[in-house]
Design a protein around this ligand. Structure first.
Ligand code: FAD
Length: 334
């Protein structure tokens, strides 16, 4: 494999109903820095139906090029069809780096493509850099239970691939009217070639959980004692118009579903306000919320590690403190 044949940084652009996901815009910001450091172009790969116009958005967010697969066969995400398109594009244009959001789609597609190429893939990256000389991607992520940051290199294969968590990179301010080159591609793929069929899309009946986008998160831990006790967290979140977060132990106890889990094996969040109630502050939880703008912790143990991370700490019983706070907030927000 001659590394000189590989050139440019790519971002797989995720879209839904014609809207580019926030993580893809963040990755264009991160990709721009890597591309500038290497002196190469930044491109976005957009796959879908009726999505060509999204190229202009990605140019405004820093891309120089857009590789576009706009075909009805890509109406819904399916591993096989998207993988075929991305593999074909990668083999034809040979990028040195490809970044994906660490979303369910991004993780699924990246692992399928990396396996087929074959090349290395770093999952759940939280820091990215590149060695200007060698072009080696330095993809860092928490390892060994969050106790160390591991920087993972792909020395023998190209392209170098990584999935990156939402909300850890910064999107650039869009530059209105910024232009780039659109490269339209098409693959010969018939519906019969794909084993997976989308028969129906059933929207979740419960209110959509988007803790990764919430400005206020009220998160609860095992200190709330039971599923009934955890209701206090939901109530406070309702009062503040915030989302509900949880520690892993709470999710494992079945008090709330996994999409609410904050931390190393859950979601990384950066809300304006994060209120941690009855959460001890294990490192695996902290890595998922430590970049919140304002962290308030309520815990009855004055030695709880969460007090080393929070900006304001209240030592006491959540069942006494939270109802008092709720009354005050209700009055203030009336
Ligand atoms: P505990 O540690 O049991 O803490 C409960 C806290 O509540 C205590 O500090 C206690 O003082 C306090 N408390 C008790 N009663 C009250 C009361 N009445 N009022 C106020 N405070 C009270 N954890 C995550 O959260 N997210 C992850 O993504 C995650 N990933 C992990 C990945 C790996 C590989 C491993 C090994 C662990 C992971 N964990 C994760 C688990 C993590 O190590 C902790 O076990 C977990 O975060 C603890 O949850 P907790 O704080 O709710 O419970």
């Amino acid at each position: 494999m001659d590394f000189k044949d590989y050139n440019g940084v790519w971002v797989f652009i995720e879209e839904k109903d014609g809207v580019i996901s926030q993580v893809s815009l963040e990755l264009l910001g991160a990709g721009r820095k890597l591309a500038d450091k290497r002196g190469v172009e930044l491109a976005g790969v957009i796959i879908g139906e009726n999505i060509k116009q999204l190229s202009h958005t990605i140019f405004e967010y820093g891309a120089d090029k857009a590789y576009v697969y706009d075909q009805s066969i890509f109406k819904h995400y399916r591993t096989e069809s998207y993988m075929r398109a991305l593999l074909e594009c990668t083999n034809k244009y040979k990028p040195e780096i490809i970044l994906f959001g660490a979303t369910s789609t991004g993780k699924d597609l990246a692992s399928a493509v990396a396996t087929d190429l074959p090349t290395g893939l770093t999952a759940d990256t939280t820091e990215l850099d590149v060695d200007e000389e060698t072009g080696l991607l330095l993809a860092s992520r928490p390892a060994f239970g969050g106790n160390i940051m591991a920087t993972i290199l792909c020395k023998k294969y190209r392209p170098q691939m990584a999935t990156v968590r939402a909300k850890v990179m910064k999107a650039l301010d869009p530059q209105s009217g910024r232009r780039g080159t659109i490269i339209e591609e098409e693959i010969q793929l018939k519906e019969d070639d794909i084993r997976t069929k989308v028969l129906e899309i059933v929207e979740a009946t419960t209110k959509k959980v988007r803790i990764d986008e919430a400005d206020i998160i009220v998160a609860g831990g095992k200190g709330l004692g039971s599923s009934e006790g955890f209701h206090l967290v939901r109530e406070l979140a309702d009062v503040l118009g915030g989302a509900v977060g949880a520690s892993r132990d709470v999710v494992e106890a079945g008090w709330i579903e996994h999409p609410h889990q904050v931390g190393q094996t859950g979601v990384t969040v950066t809300p304006k306000i994060y209120i941690a109630i009855g959460i001890s502050g294990a490192i695996q939880h902290i890595v998922g919320m430590k970049n919140s703008s304002l962290i308030i912790a309520i815990n009855k143990d004055p030695e709880a590690p969460i007090f080393n991370t929070c900006h304001y700490g209240i030592v006491g019983d959540a069942f006494e403190i939270v109802p008092l706070l709720m009354d005050q907030f209700k009055t203030a927000l009336r």
